[in-house]
Design a protein around this ligand. Structure first.
Ligand code: DAH
Length: 343
């Protein structure tokens, strides 16, 4: 029996050498080491007929044979796994030198942002700070501090969204409240702009929207005059619509300035001759401006005996519509991709 065991071992090891794949290996494992009908198992069935001494000896040998066969089989298994893995890696190899596929589409800026960025650059080049303010504003900053007392009709013209249970909070109707905030924080001298979102309770149509953008500006210093204001507004107009652009200022009442003006620029379509865009007037309205009212300066802690200043507010949304010939303001906040992808 010992001879047979040795012979089985030699035979199995020899067979193992010529194994070519995993399937053959499994077959060989079953044939020699299988629990049911495996050659080793079958051989060991003869153990029971041996004497106790012989049983011990043969048993030991049988164990050795079994272990060495199992080891040889598992070594072969590992070898096959390695080969298999290498094959997989080869198939899945990643060529990092290969150029990436071009992206299907690029993101791009909203037309509001394009004009806002452009004006921020322009104003910073003239020494203005770019400031921000809260969109949910107190009634004090939005109205009262701007010389618009609670019973003033201007509050009706700028009807907005009030917040439930907070009657003194409003969604700001203009960027002007940041004038006061900035003066209180920085004092004089001051040169700043505030581009930002504003809200009004409007019945929306092609020219009115509940959400829109303005760009506010303030200059405060000693001896600031109406002439400085005209100079700044003219530079902005020329920057936006070309060197031949002129501005027109007509008196207009705003509670927070005195005197106040309505700001118009030469219609860039007809160069002032009169066309459909400017309704034959030759002018396009782009905002309001004026010398800051002493009440507002005082409310903001500015010494009116030493300093004075001017303020202006452009309809940023309006500038965008004029620049790109957009006829319906509602498109700007619509999230309509067909519209937005044109910019
Ligand atoms: N806040 C005004 C509005 O929304 C626009 C405006 C007018 C702003 C005159 C100003 C200004 O700073 O001086 O209608």
């Amino acid at each position: 029996m010992q001879e047979k065991l040795k012979q089985l071992k030699t035979e199995a090891l020899l067979a193992l050498k010529s194994i070519k794949d995993k399937a053959q290996l499994e077959e060989l494992e079953v044939r020699f080491l299988g629990r049911k009908g495996g050659e080793l198992t079958e051989l060991l069935k003869g153990l029971k007929d041996l004497s106790d001494d012989a049983k011990r000896e043969v048993g030991q040998l049988a164990n050795e044979v079994k272990t060495s066969l199992e080891e040889a089989v598992s070594a072969k298994k590992k070898e096959f796994s390695k080969i298999e893995m290498a094959g997989l890696l080869e198939k899945e190899s990643l060529d990092i030198s290969q150029p990436a596929l071009p992206p299907k589409s690029f993101g791009h800026l909203h037309p509001n942002t394009i004009i806002q960025n452009d004006l921020e650059d322009f104003f910073t080049s003239m020494g203005f700070m770019v400031l921000d303010g809260p969109e949910l504003e107190s009634e004090y900053y939005n109205f009262s501090a701007l010389n618009i007392p609670p019973d003033h009709p201007a509050r009706d013209m700028q009807d907005t969204f009030y917040i439930k249970n907070h009657t003194d909070w409003v969604m700001r109707t203009h960027t002007s409240p940041v004038q006061v905030r900035a003066m209180q924080k920085y004092g004089a001298p001051l040169r700043m702009i505030v581009p930002g979102k504003c809200f009004r309770n409007e019945a929306t149509d092609v020219r009115h929207e509940h959400t829109f953008y303005q760009l506010e500006g303030v200059v405060i210093d000693k001896d600031i005059s109406f002439a400085h204001m005209k100079g700044v507004l003219e530079s902005v107009a020329k920057h936006l619509y070309g060197p031949d652009t002129k501005i027109n200022m007509r008196p207009k009442f705003y509670p927070f300035v005195e005197p106040g003006v309505n700001l118009e620029v030469t219609c860039f379509v007809c160069q002032g001759k009169g066309c459909r865009l400017c309704k034959q007037s030759g002018w396009l309205e782009i905002g309001g401006a004026g010398m800051i009212h002493p009440n507002v300066l005082r409310e903001s802690g500015i010494d009116t005996k030493v300093n004075q200043g001017f303020a202006f507010g452009f309809g940023l949304t309006r500038l965008v519509m004029l620049k790109y010939g957009i006829e319906d303001v509602r498109l700007l906040e619509s999230g309509n991709m067909k519209f937005l992808e044109q910019f």
